[in-house]
Design a protein around this ligand. Structure first.
Ligand SMILES: [Zn+2]
Ligand SMILES: [Zn+2]
Length: 139
């Protein structure tokens, strides 16, 4: 029973596939973060992430291989030591997981609802209109 995916569960994996997980979407809200840390950690303009209750998340494989980088500010990145992909990390309080959405396979019943920390965005990035933008975390 434990080894079978929950109904409605989506799978995610890093680029090399050694770290994998499953989750069940809750509110379907994806946050697009344009802060300088997300830019470094993703190597791109921004990070697409969803926050999932811990009870809706389960590691499938590779959990013990995960490397953790934590800054003095508390900002952290968990990543695959083989391929370098960011992987889900426990948020402060350990109640939920931060999910880098690019790892999730297939069609996801979710959409980007907020652009956050847009004040810090790279000057070369143009954020499309139509989705609310916030200079902070959007509350
Ligand atoms: Zn990997
Ligand atoms: Zn960020």
């Amino acid at each position: 029973m434990n080894s079978r995916p929950k109904s409605g569960a989506l799978e995610g994996r890093c680029l090399c596939g050694s770290i994998s997980f499953e989750l069940v979407v809750n509110d379907g809200k994806i946050y697009q973060c344009h802060c300088s840390k997300c830019r470094k950690v993703s190597g791109s303009a921004s990070n697409s992430a969803m926050v999932i209750d811990r009870s809706r998340f389960r590691w499938i494989g590779g959990e013990s291989d995960i490397q953790q980088f934590v800054q003095a500010s508390g900002f952290q990145s968990w990543f695959c030591p083989t391929c370098g992909s960011p992987v889900p990390n426990l948020t402060s309080g350990d109640k939920s997981y931060w999910i880098p959405m690019g790892l999730v396979e297939g069609n996801v019943d979710a959409r980007i609802v907020k652009h956050v920390f847009v004040e810090s965005k790279a000057n070369w990035e143009v954020i499309p209109d139509g989705i609310p933008k916030f200079d902070d975390n959007g509350g």
